[in-house]
Design a protein around this ligand. Structure first.
Ligand code: UDP
Length: 238
């Protein structure tokens, strides 16, 4: 079954918000189990999976700042939130018998390993899922940027960004019925049209290092597996 894939190594970015599912706050275990199932299907056909999970379900620096906190402190809280999400995701993956390692950009001895690119590449090569947590370790960045950064560093073939809609639209499809979906975009089109796909830092990083990004809908069952097999779900930015 291992020949049955287009991409050998991917970096999947999951938003923190998605983890809330039907809960009011925090993490919905049912969502974790569903994600573990879909990631397990990739591992099952021999795809090496790196994961970055956001923290927006718990804390975001910008929102904390708006509420009166110091921005950098808020960003630190946001990054720590991603570590909690990563631990929850590891738990779900390991319960599904998928070997998983969590690395953190902020050293957290005794809880998770400190990020080490060579160790990450080795673990991915062994077939372990590696979750890159604590963002880039720096304030004023997002987990979209850390996903692209880690994806480029570990030489992933593709960055996959899971969202609520099935790709990139000309306008917000929830608000504008005229919105049309793009099948493909260049990095410069994303920048020129000011499409809100990922923050500009993330897009520029991918452009400069020629890392393709596919934006897709996580809730569409089978989409993830289809994409690694060469399917055209969502929007490809390259
Ligand atoms: N964050 C940060 N530096 C990083 C990545 C994340 O400071 O390199 C902080 C930032 O405050 C951000 C929060 O962590 O709002 C959670 O990440 P993000 O908003 O990207 O999560 P998502 O929207 O994907 O759930």
């Amino acid at each position: 079954a291992s020949g049955d894939k287009k991409y050998k190594r991917i970096l999947l970015k999951l938003s923190g918000e998605a983890l809330t599912g039907t809960e009011k706050f925090g993490i919905d275990p049912k969502v974790l189990d569903q994600m573990a199932l879909e990631i397990g299907q990739l591992v099952g056909i021999g795809v090496q999976v790196g994961l970055v999970v956001g923290g927006g379900n718990l804390f975001r620096g910008a929102a904390l700042q708006a509420a009166g906190l110091d921005r950098v402190t808020g960003d630190h809280m946001g990054m720590l939130a991603t570590v909690m999400n990563a631990l929850a995701l590891r738990d779900a993956l390991e319960r599904s018998n998928i070997a998983t390692q969590v690395m953190s950009s902020i050293p957290m001895s005794g809880v998770v390993d400190h990020y080490d690119r060579r160790k990450a590449i080795r673990a991915l090569g062994n077939g372990d899922v590696v979750i890159f947590s604590a963002g880039t370790g720096n304030p004023f960045f997002t987990t979209d940027s850390s996903a692209c950064l880690r994806g480029i560093e570990v030489e992933a073939d593709l960055v996959l960004k899971a969202t609520k809609v099935d790709g990139v639209y000309s306008a917000d499809p929830f608000k504008d019925p005229e919105a049309v979906k793009y099948e493909r975009l260049t990095y410069d089109e994303v920048l020129d049209k000011k499409l809100e796909v990922m923050d500009l830092t993330a897009i520029c990083l991918c452009r400069d290092h020629k890392m393709p990004v596919r934006v897709f809908e996580m809730e569409k069952q089978g989409a993830l597996l289809n994409i690694v097999r060469g399917g055209q779900d969502g929007t490809l930015i390259e």
